[in-house]
Design a binder for this molecule. Structure first.
Ligand SMILES: [Zn+2]
Length: 323
């Protein structure tokens, strides 16, 4: 399998929301990529400027950030042609690698705007190299600028930043320095296209947690009624296990629960309710081993939520009394 390390530059409306086309808030003006083989050796390069059609004027921030002059831009090719030749260049067996999560989303949104067939019918597996860098050198949650990572790893700075190809080049350099099994297992999923049916749903077990990405539901209640969403299975032995704390939510957005496996001990669960583009909801559920302290923390959270609910109820009751 090849690694396609991709970077895009884009432009936006000069007059903010007013002049924005909602279907394409960011218009891609350059695609740069490096193809690495499975041994992380560079085998091919791709670099193309795209002539903008939606926002022909460069936004002032983009002008400062992206070093493409107007002449170069006007000599670019149409998005459809560049995207098609890029996809062909990618080949048949590859995984995308990008710095952060935005590039693949914007790429797919631009493709949809130009009515091109989708890259992938459902979630798209990729490596978020920015996340991998954080996992390797920080807490996994922080995010750093590409140049910060380049400096940290002492990668030679022989090209300008903020051009698609050079940023892809630096991302590839960093990516190849991160190739340890515990880092490489942490694949990400772009969710521009959500799972359409149960069989497209994503379930992935990493060494220290498991992740489930559901299809769409009409609302939160329907999601919580789904067996796959509400189940508390041990992700290590796949058995349905004894519930210690049933699902509860302190805010209507996040749900928590804890269960106990006879073999693998306590497992804590978190559901995040997400809004889809179609204004429906989908669920990201994670499960992770925990201990008695972890159980206690979830118990405290539940108790806090209960007290808050009670206070709200009393406030409502007081109000209706006044009326
Ligand atoms: Zn188990």
């Amino acid at each position: 399998m090849d690694y396609i390390v991709l970077d895009l530059e884009w432009n936006q409306a000069v007059d903010g929301k007013e002049g924005e086309n909602e279907k394409i808030p960011f218009e891609i003006i350059e695609i740069g990529a490096i193809k690495l083989n499975s041994d992380f050796e560079e085998v091919s390069r791709f670099s193309q400027v795209i002539k903008p059609e939606v926002y022909p004027k460069m936004h002032h921030v983009m002008k400062q950030l992206v070093h493409i002059d107007k002449d170069e831009l006007m000599q670019g090719k149409p998005f459809r042609d560049v995207a098609a030749s890029f996809i062909e260049w990618c080949g048949n067996d590859y995984i995308f690698c990008t710095w952060g999560q935005l590039d693949l989303m914007e790429f797919q949104r631009n493709m949809e705007y130009y009515e091109m067939p989708p890259l992938c019918a459902g979630p798209l597996r990729f490596y978020d190299v920015q996340k991998l860098f954080s996992l390797a050198y920080d807490d996994g949650k922080s995010r750093f600028a590409l140049e910060t990572a380049v400096d940290h790893l002492k990668v030679e700075k022989d090209a300008d930043f903020h051009r698609a190809f050079s940023d892809a080049y630096y991302t590839a350099q960093i990516f190849s320095l991160l190739r340890k099994p515990e880092i490489m297992e942490r694949v990400s999923f772009d969710l521009y296209h959500l799972p359409k049916s149960r069989k497209d749903e994503v379930y992935i077990v990493f060494s220290d947690y498991a992740k489930f990405i559901s299809r769409e539901f009409a609302d939160k209640a329907e999601a919580m009624e789904d067996k796959q969403v509400s189940s508390m299975k041990c992700y290590l032995c796949n058995k349905n296990i004894r519930r210690k704390i049933k699902w509860f939510t302190p805010n209507g957005k996040h749900y928590y629960g804890v269960a106990a496996c006879d073999v693998h001990g306590l497992i804590k669960y978190k559901i995040r309710m997400k809004k889809s583009r179609e204004e429906k909801v989908y669920v990201i559920k994670t499960s992770k081993q925990t201990d008695e302290d972890g159980l206690l923390r979830v118990k405290e959270k539940k108790e806090k939520a209960r007290i808050l609910r009670q206070q709200k109820r009393h406030m409502k009751a007081d109000k209706s009394k006044q009326i």
